[in-house]
Design a protein around this ligand. Structure first.
Ligand code: PGA
Length: 251
């Protein structure tokens, strides 16, 4: 089964509108010659519009870094799916470990975000991953299973075509420690197997699973050789046009 790869850049809480425009322009130029892979950028909400303008005419997909489940209402500080669309985004990240750990988002809340985003036809990048303590305690697979079962609860097979899972071991995010290629592949194969059990073979075979956590221009090629690694979710290295450009051009 060949899946189209996806290289995603999560800019986190970086870039003003002006900086986003410049960086988005550089990314669009770096991926213009590649038609066999998808590229996605997730700027902060305030920079979505200027990034969208810079990406006009390019195939780069724009995403929000989170999304609320309701279309509007009394949800101070949140952004709704129609608002993301209005700002030029077609996708959203949910369940990032920084949302889980710093802002205490639960699996149940992440599930509501998933369902709300899917209802509005957004492509959803659903992040999961274990902490160092959980890995050392031998809990990696049970944690991944819990995050998947709860995060995808009530998501029908029909909507799984718009779901991408990002496996991001928390201990590898922003730390310079990448999971070894075999650790990453092992987790990805486990996740695909789980999806096959929860849905069906076809859904699992089509599902794109990204690896995230200190992905750089120097390790992307090796990660991408693995059969169950379909792309990368990149944080730090996505803020540098040359590094991210090289990651997009993985071989
Ligand atoms: P990193 O972040 O590439 O800086 O480790 C990845 C992420 O948080 O998505």
């Amino acid at each position: 089964m060949s899946r189209r790869s996806l290289i995603a850049g999560n800019w986190k809480m970086h870039t003003t509108a002006g900086e986003a425009k410049l960086l988005a322009n550089q990314v669009a130029a770096a991926c213009a010659e590649f038609s066999d892979r998808d590229v996605l950028l997730a700027p902060p909400f305030t920079a979505l519009r200027s990034a969208a303008d810079a990406l006009a005419g390019s195939a780069v997909i724009l995403a929000g870094q989170n999304v609320c489940w309701e279309p509007q209402g009394a949800f101070t500080g949140e952004i709704s799916p129609p608002m993301l669309r209005d700002a030029g985004a077609a996708a959203a990240i949910v369940g990032h470990s920084e949302r889980r750990q710093i802002f205490m988002e639960s699996d149940e809340m992440i599930n509501r975000r998933m369902i709300g985003g899917l209802k509005h036809d957004l492509m959803m990048i659903f992040c999961i991953g274990e902490t160092l303590e959980q890995r050392e305690g031998g809990e990696t697979f049970s944690i991944l299973e819990q995050q998947i079962r709860q995060g995808l609860s009530e998501v029908p097979a029909l909507e799984m075509g718009r779901v991408v899972i990002a496996y991001e071991p928390v201990w590898a995010i922003g730390t310079g420690k990448t999971a070894t290629t075999s650790q990453a592949q092992e987790a990805h194969a486990f996740i695909r197997g789980l999806i096959e059990g929860l849905y069906e073979k076809e859904v699992a075979a089509h599902l794109r699973i990204l690896y995230g956590g200190s992905v750089k221009s120097t390790n992307v090629d090796e990660l991408m050789t693995q059969p169950d690694i379909d792309g990368a979710l990149v944080g730090g290295a996505a803020l540098d046009a040359a590094s991210f450009g090289r990651i997009i051009q993985y071989q």
